[in-house]
Ligand binder design. Structure first.
Ligand SMILES: Nc1ncnc2c1ncn2[C@@H]1O[C@H](COP(=O)(O)OP(=O)(O)OP(=O)(O)O)[C@@H](O)[C@H]1O
Ligand SMILES: [Mg+2]
Length: 259
């Protein structure tokens, strides 16, 4: 295939990340994924259930973004293993595009391309030190993956990485109330908010039914129904406390005095 026919074949995917998503995943994206992949909002936050496709969507978004020249996508995850897993997803989507753009550098965290674009996938650590030195501007994206589990200090230290025209995407399951992610979700009207709840998705019905049956209710509420938790996880789940005070079935003592 020559460069022109390759360019034409990949034109749709260069323009439309949902087309790339469909080819990488083998099925259509959900409405929340479409919104996250296509929004042009400077700051979008997605609150999403476990196993719903957060990392997959991030991988496709990153790969599709760096197909255009001169863009940096910097992805911060809470741990090293999460950032490595995510980087694999980015590479998988990048290779699926099969563009005639060469890598000029490839490490376990960085892919630099000869169109001047780069993807960087690093763990947040306690201070965001590993992200230092990078800048994100003009259509590049700074992505916080599982942002509710990234320390507030990292958010404060890394937000300045975004320069003019750079975009922020924060994708997470719910975490602790009071952290920066919770404040953005509940208090900041400027942030575009995208909700991805597994209990509303037919493709996740089997998993939701299984987890509802076998998971502690509080964990199910957090991981599927998107409930934020207090500073400390309560010792007893609310349902356990409620059941302890229920009056059904009615307690019958009988006439034990005259038995
Ligand atoms: N729209 C979709 N249709 C079908 N499968 C999908 C879709 N989106 C994601 N998946 C698949 O769902 C699985 C979980 O995806 P992914 O690892 O991205 O989820 P996650 O939300 O990051 O999970 P975790 O909570 O463990 O971090 C993957 O196999 C992925 O390919
Ligand atoms: Mg994930």
């Amino acid at each position: 295939m020559n460069d022109l026919s390759l360019y034409l074949r990949t034109l749709e995917e260069r323009l439309d990340p949902t087309a790339l998503f469909e080819r990488v995943v083998g099925g259509p994206c959900d409405p929340w994924q479409r919104q996250l992949l296509t929004t042009s909002s400077p700051f979008a936050m997605c609150l999403a259930s476990r196993r719903i496709g957060k990392s997959q969507t991030t991988g496709v978004l990153a790969a599709q973004t760096v197909a255009a020249p001169g863009r940096t996508v910097l992805i911060l995850s809470p741990t090293l293993s999460q950032s490595q897993l995510l980087f694999k997803k980015v590479l998988q989507a990048w290779h699926a595009m099969a563009l005639p753009i060469q890598k000029t550098r490839l490490t376990q965290q960085v892919m630099e391309l000869d169109n001047g674009s780069a993807v960087v996938c690093v763990p947040a650590g306690q201070d965001g030190e590993s992200a230092r030195g990078w800048g994100v501007k003009d259509g590049g994206i700074l992505i916080y993956e599982e942002g509710a589990f990234i320390p507030d200090a990292v958010y404060d230290a890394t937000l300045p990485i975004r320069e003019d025209g750079g975009l922020i995407r924060l994708i997470t399951t719910p975490g602790r109330k009071g952290g920066f992610a919770h404040s953005l979700w509940t208090e900041n009207d400027e942030v575009e908010k995208i909700t991805a709840r597994s209990t509303e998705l037919p493709r996740m019905a089997e998993k939701v039914t299984f987890d509802r049956r076998y998971m502690p209710p509080l964990q199910f509420a957090v991981e599927h129904e998107l409930r934020w938790v207090g500073g400390g996880v309560p010792f007893f789940a609310p349902e356990t406390i409620e059941n302890a005070f229920t009056d059904t079935p009615e307690l019958k003592l009988g006439d034990f005095l005259h038995a």
